[in-house]
Design a protein around this ligand. Structure first.
Ligand code: SF4
Length: 219
């Protein structure tokens, strides 16, 4: 598939999402909590290796019900209590410690603010490439593409890339996709992968871009 056609498909999928036709786990997560750079960073860390549905439960509790907005406020919660809150996302002891450690570092080194350069974000233990890209994109509007399993799989399926792993996909997508479409790519493709183009039993009959899909033909 040519880049130009892929960008058009991305626009079509984004329009479908904006019109509310797809109520996706990613959309529910995005809308479930008060967002600022700190809560976006914490939520992204909570979302690692779990479903958005589980992250939504925890983000709602922490950032809506308990109204946590800053590292200071998070650190006021007792560690055992925090572990119980975070438990639905899995790996809760490790994630609790990561959230505590990073909150403390933000206070000590960054004036309680989330840094907005990739280098500084990656200096926080527990923050990897994907998390840094999501935070730069969602918290600071810095265009880049965070690649997860959906983005890697679907971009390869559509033939815009031909890569072996998420790291390679991230490198190539960030090179070839124009800034106009970088910010929307992750959220749009993830939502599409969660609801229509699923790994198992994709809903090709309901797929709005089916006629362009190279799955069964050469496009
Ligand atoms: S037609 Fe099926 S495989 Fe192709 S993009 Fe749509 S859901 Fe995915």
């Amino acid at each position: 598939m040519k880049l130009k056609q892929f960008l058009i498909l991305l626009d079509i999928l984004e329009d479908t999402l904006s019109s509310g036709l797809l109520d996706t786990p990613a959309l529910k997560l995005r809308n479930c909590y008060h967002r600022n750079p700190y809560t976006i960073l914490m939520t992204t860390l909570l979302s690692l290796r779990t479903k958005d549905e589980n992250t939504t439960i925890v983000a709602t509790k922490l950032f809506n019900e308990l109204k946590i907005k800053t590292p200071h406020e998070l650190l006021k919660i007792d560690k055992e209590e925090l572990e119980i809150i975070i438990k639905p996302t899995g790996m809760y002891k490790q994630k609790t410690q990561t959230l505590i450690n990073i909150s403390q570092i933000l206070i000590d080194k960054f004036d309680s603010k989330v840094p907005h350069t990739k280098e500084e974000l990656l200096s926080l233990k527990g923050v990897g490439e994907k998390t840094a890209n999501i935070v730069l994109n969602n918290a600071f509007g810095i265009s880049n593409i965070a690649v997860d399993t959906h983005v890697h799989r679907i971009c390869n399926l559509l033939g815009i890339i031909n890569t072996q792993d998420e790291k390679e996909s991230s490198m190539i997508l960030n090179e070839i996709i124009p800034d106009t479409h970088k910010s929307k790519l992750n959220f749009t493709i993830v939502s599409f992968g969660q609801t229509i183009c699923k790994v198992k039993n994709p809903k090709c009959d309901e797929c709005i871009i089916a006629k362009y899909c190279p799955r069964d033909k050469n496009v």
